[in-house]
Design a protein around this ligand. Structure first.
Ligand code: HEC
Ligand code: HEC
Length: 491
């Protein structure tokens, strides 16, 4: 090589390095964040380290639902259309975190996106928001489809997006340049990449509201497994009272619907990876994860509105004699599986004994267990508690009144239906409401009963939605069934 050639190469190399360093400083560098000491604020809005992979630049995130309103999954305005709640005075809807990388704030979903519920006792009531409740209104599929559709829409260009941003924010010149020439094109291309990562979802039944297939995504992306055609539709779980899963001197307890983990700490870290945290962002996220770990360990659901102390005319009144009789039945038929003191509490119950839909369980294969345990090459996450089970977990029934519809696939609309023989259970019902159903226990499942919520129809003949199995209590006499139902409503 001539001296001139070498010099050119050197200059090119130096410029590329300077550019990359500049880009890193401006766009990706971890910078100190304003800290909150409030655990519930951290649970609702704290970063779980997924901004580099999942974070949308704030102003793009902000205007997307306006520019692409026609791609939103319901006719509610803005991000409310995907079922999130934006409380007055808060920076973002619950379940979204904001973190600045370099100089650009980014927004991404956190644990509260899925693990935050709400309830109303009467249609006209304002919602009461409850941290750790299963997200019965969140429409993950609607969110994902919205982002994919936006990324594929030609209106996703710098002119259109900047015009919308300019309507609500007077952006300084330097930031405008970054958005126009870098962030908008880069976000569009990232969303196109997501469409490819999620292509497998188009060959599976819809999740609808309040459900997601949380493990096939990591399987087919960073774990590098081939699409095995499995259907892993899961109903959201509550994450209150998680200390009930802490090991004792004598035994370990499982978590997740099929009990695929026996360690809550690993569950949280691997879950964060599934949501987009990387080994590079882990150290920065650790402080928040510790707070979240403590928060979900100790959080408790609000007291049930059902009570014998109410006026007998009150729709939430349950007779004391029923509750007492119901508890007796529960102790005899159910407690060994569902009470922390029971032998089978938080252990997987074999699918043969249980008889519920097996798709979700089959989704978690030996190959998946192995791949997650070994993740990732060149870095040791320390995952030693993944397991493969042959059934579903005997879950605690804490806060049961806020957990409808029931079972791991949300295939049973309410508690009354769970105590009904499977062949007589409803095969079509609606979900997505947070209005409590005082008659049947759970939330209302008739879409005409709640004019204020967008609901989605469950069809139990669709693969992954079967409403079979779990027949305990279904052959009780009418009076005993009524008593058990009354007791379950008070949990
Ligand atoms: C995209 C939605 C989503 C997000 C985000 C999410 N989870 Fe979950 N989580 C679920 C679902 C669905 C389940 C049940 C999945 C299954 O086993 O099929 C679950 C299960 C759990 C469980 C097991 C509960 C039990 O009783 O066994 C814990 C603990 C948990 N999540 C904690 C977290 C934490 C901590 C975060 C944030 C780091 C988080 N989750 C983020 C959807 C989510
Ligand atoms: C042999 C253990 C076992 C017994 C006995 C048992 N259950 Fe269950 N229960 C389970 C398992 C396992 C699941 C999860 C099944 C699934 O989702 O596929 C479950 C789920 C449930 C759920 C749904 C929880 C949710 O969040 O959706 C309720 C409610 C419930 N059981 C109530 C009862 C009642 C009431 C009795 C007694 C009449 C009872 N169970 C007896 C093992 C048991």
């Amino acid at each position: 090589m001539t001296a001139r050639g070498a010099r050119r190469l050197l200059i090119a190399f130096v410029s590329v390095t300077v550019l990359l360093l500049g880009a890193w400083l401006v766009l990706l560098r971890e910078v100190p964040q304003p800290q909150s000491n409030d655990p519930s604020f951290i649970f609702n809005h704290g970063s779980i380290g997924n901004e580099t992979t999942q974070g949308l630049p704030y102003w793009i995130w902000r205007v997307l639902p306006t520019v692409f309103a026609d791609h939103l999954p319901s006719d509610q305005r803005g991000w409310a259309a995907i079922g999130v709640v934006w409380r007055p005075g808060e920076p973002l809807p619950i379940g979204f975190s904001q973190k600045t990388l370099g100089v650009i704030p980014r927004v991404s979903p956190n644990c509260a996106f899925c693990h935050q519920g709400s309830y109303r006792l009467y249609p006209e009531d304002p919602e009461t928001i409850v941290s750790g409740a299963p997200g019965t209104r969140i429409n993950i599929q609607g969110f994902v489809r919205f982002l994919i559709a936006a990324g594929q829409d030609d209106r996703f260009n710098s002119n259109t997006i900047m015009a919308e941003i300019n309507r609500i924010y007077d952006m300084p010149l330097w930031e405008r340049m970054l958005y126009r020439y870098l962030l908008i094109p880069a976000t569009r291309s990232a969303l196109k990449g997501q469409a490819a990562d999620l292509a497998w979802t188009t060959t599976r039944p819809d999740w609808g509201i309040g459900r997601v297939d949380p493990f096939n995504l990591p399987k087919y992306t960073f774990l590098g497994l081939q699409d095995d055609g499995t259907i892993g539709t899961s109903d959201m779980m509550s994450v209150w009272d998680i200390n009930s899963a802490a090991p004792t001197a004598h035994r370990r307890f499982s978590v997740h619907w099929d009990g695929l983990q026996t360690d809550v700490e690993e569950t949280m870290v691997s879950g964060s990876i599934g949501d987009g945290m990387t080994r590079h962002s882990y150290a920065g996220a650790r402080e928040n994860l510790d707070v979240i770990f403590d928060f979900i360990g100790n959080a408790m659901p609000p007291d049930s509105p059902f009570s014998p102390d109410l006026d007998p005319g009150d729709p939430y009144y349950v007779p004391a004699s029923d509750v007492v009789r119901g508890e007796e039945i529960y102790e005899g038929l159910c407690a060994d599986c569902h009470e922390p003191s029971g032998q089978r509490f938080r252990t997987p119950i074999s699918i043969t004994e249980l008889g519920t839909d097996r798709h979700r369980m089959d989704m978690w294969s030996y190959a998946a267990r192995q791949a997650y345990s070994d993740y990732e090459e060149g870095y040791y996450w320390g995952f030693t508690h993944f397991q493969k089970s042959n059934g579903y977990l005997a879950v605690p029934l804490t806060g049961l009144w806020m957990r409808g519809p029931y079972l791991h696939n949300g295939s049973v609309p309410h508690l009354r239906a769970l105590l009904t023989p499977p062949k007589d259970r409803p095969t079509n019902f609606w979900r997505g409401s947070d209005l409590v159903d005082p008659e049947n226990g759970g939330y209302v499942t008739d879409n005409s009963a709640d004019p204020y919520r967008f609901m989605w129809q469950v069809d139990t003949s669709v693969p992954g939605n079967a409403n079979t199995g779990h027949t305990w209590g279904t052959d009780l006499g009418q009076a005993d069934k009524q008593a058990l139902l009354a007791y379950l409503k008070t949990l």
